[in-house]
Design a protein around this ligand. Structure first.
Ligand code: FES
Length: 88
């Protein structure tokens, strides 16, 4: 199925690019821009982004690497009081 009509990118192209990137680097953060780059193309109108992202999420290799999980939780706990003093 064609996902991006501007660049004629199919769901198979997206899955192949994700699988290739994951095989090359198991910890890589895969973004739509990296997929376009891997396919030698660039986004044009952006109208395909919701379907593009949905296709990416359906790939089994799109999990966030274990080493990168839970990083945000530590950050939000630190700034829980937004560094305000008690007088506020
Ligand atoms: S449809 Fe994908 S960039 Fe236009």
């Amino acid at each position: 199925m064609i996902i991006c009509h501007c660049n004629n990118i199919t769901d198979r192209d997206i899955h192949a690019a994700i699988d290739w990137m994951r095989a090359a680097d198991g910890q890589a953060l895969i973004t739509p821009g990296k997929i376009y780059h891997a396919l030698g193309k660039a986004a044009d109108c952006g109208g395909c982004m919701p379907l593009f992202l949905s296709t990416m999420r359906s790939n089994d290799n799109m999990e966030v690497p274990m080493q990168l999980r839970g990083l945000r939780r530590g950050t939000t706990q630190e700034t829980q009081h937004e560094r305000r003093q008690k007088s506020y």
